[in-house]
Ligand binder design. Structure first.
Ligand code: HEM
Length: 201
């Protein structure tokens, strides 16, 4: 076992942009003064989440949905191993974490589009309520996600937060991805900027 490259650049950059975007959007949600900041932060979440969908099909091995979106049996088995405090190791996302990721991406897209509609005076009060409800649901999943990351890090004895920064985790050499795909990360930045322009205009 060695430190091998697992997370490509779009996954890592997208993740931390999403963290920043979500936190800022949450903190500025009720403020008139920071309305534009809120819109830009929400657009960042929307941009990252919509980029992540195609990347889940054409990205590197562990970025692909087929690698981590698993059926109920795999989720149950993983949670069972977690409860026994001996979680089955996974080079990429584990089957339970995979569903939290799907939820976060889906909620990010729905919340972002609802926000865009509200900003364009579509949907009225009902959509505002929905937007807030979706954001609250997302915050709940974020807490579950953080609990999973913390417990996973402790039980696997591996700092998963650092892995999301460096892209490297413990694994066999043949499990490594061949490239971090930095050019795709530049595309991600362009896409996020385009989402900001689309929402604000
Ligand atoms: C400071 C807070 C956070 C930390 C430390 C953190 C940490 C992590 C880590 C370590 C992973 C990889 C998990 C694994 O090894 O399988 C991950 C994945 C992920 N996290 Fe977070 N997370 C945070 C907040 C958030 C927030 C606020 C969101 C969304 C609003 C989010 C969305 C995601 C997504 C979508 C993935 C999957 C990445 C991908 O495959 O593209 N995270 N996070």
């Amino acid at each position: 076992m060695k430190k091998i490259l697992v997370w490509d650049w779009p996954v890592r950059l997208g993740h931390w942009l999403m963290v920043g975007g979500f936190c800022i959007a949450w903190l500025t949600g009720d403020s008139e003064t920071f309305r534009l900041v809120h819109v830009a932060a929400g657009a960042t979440v929307l941009g990252v989440a919509t980029f992540r969908l195609p990347w889940g099909f054409i990205g590197t091995r562990y970025a692909r949905f087929v690698d981590f979106v698993r059926g109920p049996t795999a989720v149950k088995d993983y949670l069972g191993s977690l409860l026994k405090l001996e979680p089955t190791p996974h080079v990429g996302h584990n089957p339970a974490g995979g569903w939290a990721i799907v939820l976060l991406l889906g909620l990010g897209i729905l919340t972002g589009f609802a926000g865009w509609a509200i900003y364009n005076d579509i949907g009225g009060h009902t959509l505002e309520e929905l937007h807030e409800g979706l954001a609250a649901a997302m915050l709940t999943v974020v807490f579950v996600h953080l609990a999973g990351v913390l417990s996973g890090s402790l039980l696997h004895g591996e700092n998963l937060v650092r892995a999301m920064l460096t892209g490297r985790k413990q694994g066999s050499v043949e499990s490594a991805i061949p490239s971090a795909r930095p050019l795709a990360a530049v595309l991600l930045l362009a896409w996020v900027a385009a989402a900001g322009w689309f929402i604000a205009s």
